[in-house]
Ligand binder design. Structure first.
Ligand code: UT7
Length: 332
């Protein structure tokens, strides 16, 4: 990859709400059981936001952890990119609320919705803008309150989702190259939907299903994801002229543990190299990758210079993968 300047991740933070929803709790709400959920998804529990806790609150907590942990200045951040499919409002955006909270006077602010691939799309943008010399310091945040768009009477979906947020600082680095390959793609036919009340019927006569909550064809999404991510892994390796052995950590979107196992089996990626957040946090959409990365940093597994492949995929259907060298040098 030819670049004018290089982008590097220099800090990370995360946050999950206090309340935990276990499989036992779900057994009391719908016709399901712990054995079915663990066998089909690997999920044991998820964190759920309080009624008065919204996506911007989670994102602000994640940025606060990043700031306190690495003692980084935020006043010279020049762009805030927030990946979310569950913003507090249509506008002001979550990125605007973060800007206001931290008083980042020089920062532009934009939300992007690429569903569960939002974090990897955010890194794609941040890297491109820094490489082109347009920005120097970008905060990429991914946060979701999936519980607010989950129907807790639908056993097909309510067992899957959780809430959380993660944040990274991406800075200009004139010395070394940290981002090594990117791939993006889309199959716009859907597979998983949240219809907005009134609009779907007006637009093309689609009857409102789900009443503003998630509806999906789980089996189809599963099959698409395994097929798409496996070939995306191959493309990334080809682009970076690397082989599977060169990858230290693989961090796919944490939708379902069985899905991660199938992706690893099909692509040849060793399961032992995966970092995931799905068992303890459920599917947190765009937040799942930074949550897995932050836990690996905290546990001392992910180290400066490690080569990491990230792969986001989900509703849309859309996906984005990348290979980077882990750039955080400060211990926590
Ligand atoms: O970020 C991307 C978001 N989307 C996804 O990640 C979805 C990907 N798909 C999946 O994770 C899986 O398709 C699910 C976990 C959602 C479902 O697993 P599955 O193995 O594809 O099950 P299924 O939908 O084919 O359902 C099998 C059976 C059905 O019963 P019958 O028709 O065989 O009698 C379902 O009604 O399991 C039943 N079932 C349940 N049983 C107990 C569905 N949900 C539950 C449940 N508890 N929670």
């Amino acid at each position: 990859m030819t670049q004018l300047a290089h982008a590097r991740i220099t800090a990370i933070g995360s946050y999950v709400p206090e309340r935990i929803l276990t499989n036992d709790d779900l057994e009391k709400m719908v016709d399901t059981n712990d054995e079915w959920i663990v066998q089909r998804t690997g999920i044991k529990q998820r964190h759920i936001a309080a009624e008065d806790e919204f996506t911007s609150h989670l994102c602000i907590q994640a940025v606060e952890q990043l700031q306190n942990r690495y003692h980084v200045a935020l006043n010279d951040v020049d762009l805030i990119v927030v990946a979310t499919t569950t913003p507090d409002y249509s506008f002001p955006t979550v990125s605007c609320r973060i800007q206001q909270h931290f008083g980042m006077e020089q920062a532009g602010a934009i939300d992007l919705n690429a569903t569960c691939a939002g974090f990897t799309y955010g890194l794609h943008l941040a890297n491109g803008l820094i490489a082109a010399g347009l920005h120097r310091k970008i905060l990429v945040v991914a946060g979701e309150t999936m519980s607010k768009i989950t129907d807790y009477s639908d056993r097909n979906t309510c067992i899957l989702f959780g809430d959380g947020a993660g944040a990274v600082l991406v800075e200009r680095d004139l010395e070394a190259s940290w981002f090594e390959a990117f791939t993006l793609g889309t199959n716009g036919e859907g597979g998983i939907h949240v219809y907005r009340s009134g609009l779907a019927e007006q637009m093309d006569g689609t009857p409102l299903i789900g009443n503003g909550k998630i509806v999906q064809n789980g089996r189809e999404v599963f099959k698409w994801a395994v097929r798409t991510v496996s070939s995306g892994i191959e493309q990334l390796l080809q682009q970076a002229v690397l082989s599977l052995e060169d990858i230290d950590w693989f961090v796919p979107h944490s939708a379902n543990l069985r899905m991660i196992e199938s992706i690893c089996e099909k692509s040849g990626m060793p399961l032992a190299k995966t970092l995931q957040s799905v068992q303890d946090m459920g599917n947190t959409s765009s937040a799942s990758i930074p949550l897995a990365l932050e836990a690996a940093v905290r546990e001392g597994r992910l180290k400066l210079g490690d080569r990491v492949m990230l792969y986001g995929f989900g509703g849309g259907l859309t996906h984005a993968g990348l290979i980077l060298r882990w750039g955080i040098s400060k211990e926590i």
